[in-house]
Design a protein. Sequence first.
Length: 126
Amino acid sequence: MSRARSAAPSSLDPISGLPARGRVVPLLAALPPPARQDAIGALLLIGFDHFAEATNTLGPLAAREVIAECASRLEALSMPAAEGNAPIVGRIGPETFAVACPDFVSAQDYRHDAFRGHALRCGTAD
């Protein structure tokens, strides 16, 4: 069981089973220092574009299934490097997940490239 999943049940998001926003912040504050000297760390905020429209079209049950499946996949992809710390995965909003990787070195780092081959769009929030 990952460190994030070991949180008290009341602090877990009921749909995703991941730590909820109120639990993610203390987990981030308690992150251990990187195991690698060259690590810079990373905080990924992953949001769904047009999720409200999809929910309105497909219904809330389908939306819940999408959230649960995404949570499962993010947690499965977020395995620690052999010499590293476990990433923290949480649901911080209705359509937003956070993944904190304390031992992230670079986008090319093979230990943290679980998302390689997956369509990702990077951007900044305005």
